[in-house]
Design a protein around this ligand. Structure first.
Ligand SMILES: *Cc1c(COP(=O)(O)O)cnc(C)c1O
Length: 368
């Protein structure tokens, strides 16, 4: 229905239909649907892509966060600090370990975790920071890391939207103790269903996570501990392996589109584009602008056949699910204000310059 969708998966899948069909057939013919060869090969290839020592495939991005927290020993009595402008998967997994989720505010320029706000939220119970590279935009990892070192905290990077993003020339996944990814179909690297992954440079954590995702197994029926069935599906691994070699190129195209968006929006100073931190290279999962008349712009673009999104309209600390935590309006002012103004514009590798020009033109018309 939309002439310019928010994301277009169709183009990519048509182009790769043949090799993907071959890959699927190979798995079917092998009869190894569970932890087949493609899973370990994908893990190896994704670690290479992330420039980390290790990677583990998982069932999805949510399970990745959960198992990472469990592997770090986080549970009852602990507190984990995260941001409210993320998908609920980030925080619900903290609660599922028995730990308490604590929300801090975001930086108004990059919309990522505000290190100053983090410091104010640290207590004796704080065990970990869970920064989110939201929209693909890397957090201020150097500052978060020094806070974590000073207070003896773990860092779990939620990199579900940030495959290949970099900060100070280091890829996400190399800053924290562990980083988690989603391969949900619409992410920068997407499967044909649910899939996820974890990267780390810590051998002990790697080994622990690897057994935890497969029932704590050492051998077929020898369990070192209780674990989970959080395995990456072999068919999804095979599909991801076909797509992964293109990811670098796709991210470059996304960055190129972002440069054009920014250039065109320079002429409309009332529209503010979310910025990258100094030294940050976003993976541009989304391109997000801010304007007080967000809803009006969104409706006007929809009329013109342009799909947009709001990621996310209600900050987590004000969600019904977190009423019990007792936050009030005004507690995290930056996140609250931004949630009213943000608008995600179409962003995918195959977007054209002409389409971007048309989108920006209509944004201008909407606020004129
Ligand atoms: C997509 C996403 C998740 C969850 O990933 P799933 O694969 O859908 O479980 C977690 N955190 C963020 C920031 C996400 O965007």
């Amino acid at each position: 229905m939309y002439k310019i969708p928010l994301v277009d998966l169709q183009i990519q899948h048509q182009r790769l239909a043949k090799p993907i069909n071959v890959a699927i057939r190979r798995v079917v013919d092998s009869n190894k649907f569970i932890l087949g060869e493609d899973v370990s090969l994908f893990e190896h290839e994704f670690a290479q892509f992330s420039r980390t020592k290790y990677a583990v495939g998982t069932g999805n991005g949510t399970l990745s966060i959960h198992v990472a927290l469990v592997a770090l020993g986080i549970g009852k009595g602990d507190e984990v600090i995260t941001v409210p402008n993320t998908f609920i998967a980030t925080s619900e997994t903290v609660s599922q370990t028995g730990a308490k989720v604590v929300f801090c505010d975001i930086d108004p320029m990059t919309h990522t975790m505000d290190p100053e706000s983090v410091i104010k939220k640290i207590t004796k119970r704080t065990k970990a920071l869970l920064p989110v590279h939201i929209h693909g935009n890397p957090c201020y990892m150097d500052r978060l890391k020094s806070i974590a070192v000073k207070h003896n905290l773990f860092i779990i990077e939620d990199a579900a939207q940030a495959h290949g993003a970099e900060y100070l020339e280091k890829r996400v996944g190399n800053w924290g103790h562990v980083a988690t990814f989603s391969f949900f179909p619409a992410k920068n690297l997407g499967a044909w269903g649910d899939a996820g992954g974890i990267v780390t440079n810590n051998k002990r954590l790697y080994k622990l996570i690897k057994t935890l995702v497969n029932h704590g197994r050492k051998e077929k029926y020898i369990h070192e501990r209780e674990g989970f069935n959080y395995r990456l599906d072999t068919l999804q691994a095979a599909i991801l392996r076909v797509k992964l070699p293109y990811l670098e190129k796709w991210n470059q195209l996304r960055r190129r589109h972002a440069v054009l968006y920014r250039k065109l929006f320079k002429k409309i100073p009332e529209v503010e584009c979310v910025k990258e931190a100094k030294g940050g290279r976003s993976a541009y999962h989304l391109f997000v602008i801010c304007h007080p008349k967000r809803d009006k712009i969104k409706a006007f673009l929809a009329q013109k056949g342009i799909e947009t999104g709001v990621h996310y309209p209600v900050p987590l600390h004000l969600q019904p699910a977190y009423k019990y935590l007792g936050y009030k309006k005004g507690d995290l002012p930056v996140a609250e204000e931004k949630s009213q103004e943000i608008l995600s514009l179409p962003m995918y590798p195959e977007l054209t310059n002409i389409q971007i020009e048309r989108i920006v033109e209509y944004v201008k018309k909407a606020i004129d």
